[in-house]
Design a protein around this ligand. Structure first.
Ligand SMILES: [Zn+2]
Length: 332
């Protein structure tokens, strides 16, 4: 099999995930007929295969699902019937990096595009700080588009490939893509499009999950990058390759600072969810899952009975860092 980024043949399979496990991950608390439907939908995305592999490229370090196919609108609508469940945050660490880059920029009123702008939280901050009035957002969910428009920012429910068709080349000074790339199955195409849309010396700022953290979660039975939701995991080497291939200079890659409390709480809540997913047929567990005290109790038991996991957080956590990483590219 080929790496979808660098086309290298040299790959290593890390694990396999069945369509049933993926369906349960996204619908453990839904009625069983919905779980079955979602499993069929996922299986169709994987060309009727019952499982997909998680593979690491030995050349560029990219970790990807094989088949390398992202979720369709049908998948997202089905897996997240309530779009609020996407849990759009008001602030993320990577927003600060973006604001710093904008403040450093010498020209006034730069033209800014955010691909996957959620409910417009980042664009709203730029507007409040009076950095620019030239703001455009693209967003998959109807909810996000509505919320972004409410704050007076142009927002389109368009795919970047569709949006780019109506745009002139070299239109934008900045393009931001936060927590989107890991969902997409056309990274090389995306870099080509973004390069066309950016002015010369324009900046592309990308925020994706921290790969070290993903592997840490994988080792500790708290893996969250389940395809077809997350299908690609990037490292510095992958970004270097993409920059070289698509006419960019990679200016920096920064990992989110480590936060002990956040790491512990996310790890144990994810391990709890994996437990519920394994017992998704047990009505008692699903009923008990409605009670916060039950969830807390199970997490405390997990912590007491699996001390090695806790020690791994203590000793390895600081060198792994937080959940996100940011890469900044400049168009040559
Ligand atoms: Zn590769």
């Amino acid at each position: 099999m080929f790496c979808p980024i660098c086309l290298a043949k040299s790959t290593k399979t890390l694990t396999a995930i069945s369509s049933q496990r993926s369906a349960i991950y996204f619908s453990a608390r839904h009625p069983s007929y919905r779980q079955k439907k979602l499993q069929i939908l996922i299986s169709k995305l994987w060309s009727l295969r019952k499982s997909c592999k998680i593979v690491e490229c030995s050349n560029c370090g990219f970790i990807f699902s094989e088949p390398f196919v992202g979720g369709t609108k049908e998948f997202y609508d089905f897996a997240f019937p309530n779009q609020m469940a996407f849990g759009y945050p008001d602030w993320k660490w990577e927003f600060d990096i973006g604001i710093k880059r904008l403040k450093k920029y010498s020209k006034s009123n730069p033209k800014i595009l955010e691909i996957g702008c959620g409910k417009g939280a980042f664009l709203k901050r730029i507007s409040k700080l009076k950095i620019s009035k030239n703001l455009v957002g693209l967003e998959y969910s109807d909810y996000g588009v509505k919320e972004t428009k409410k704050i007076g920012i142009d927002c389109f429910a368009k795919d970047i490939r569709e949006f780019a068709l109506d745009q002139q080349d070299e239109t934008f000074d900045f393009i931001f893509i936060y927590q989107v790339l890991e969902h997409l199955d056309y990274p090389n195409k995306l870099f080509d499009i973004v390069n066309n849309l950016l002015k010369k010396c324009g900046e592309l700022v990308i925020g994706v999950p921290n790969q070290k953290k993903s592997l840490f979660n994988f080792r500790n039975n708290a893996y969250r990058d389940i395809p077809p939701y997350h299908i690609g995991c990037y490292v510095k080497k992958t970004f270097e390759y993409l920059a070289k291939q698509h006419g960019f200079c990679l200016e920096m890659v920064e990992i989110e600072p480590y936060d002990f409390r956040e790491t512990i709480s996310l790890l144990y809540s994810q391990r709890y969810h994996q437990f519920i997913h394994k017992n998704y047929k047990s009505r008692i567990f699903l009923k008990m899952d409605n009670y916060k005290i039950f969830r807390k109790l199970l997490m405390i038991c997990d912590l007491l009975f699996n001390p090695l996991v806790f020690f791994e957080v203590i000793f390895q956590g600081p060198s792994i860092g937080g959940g996100s990483q940011v890469a900044v590219f400049r168009k040559l």
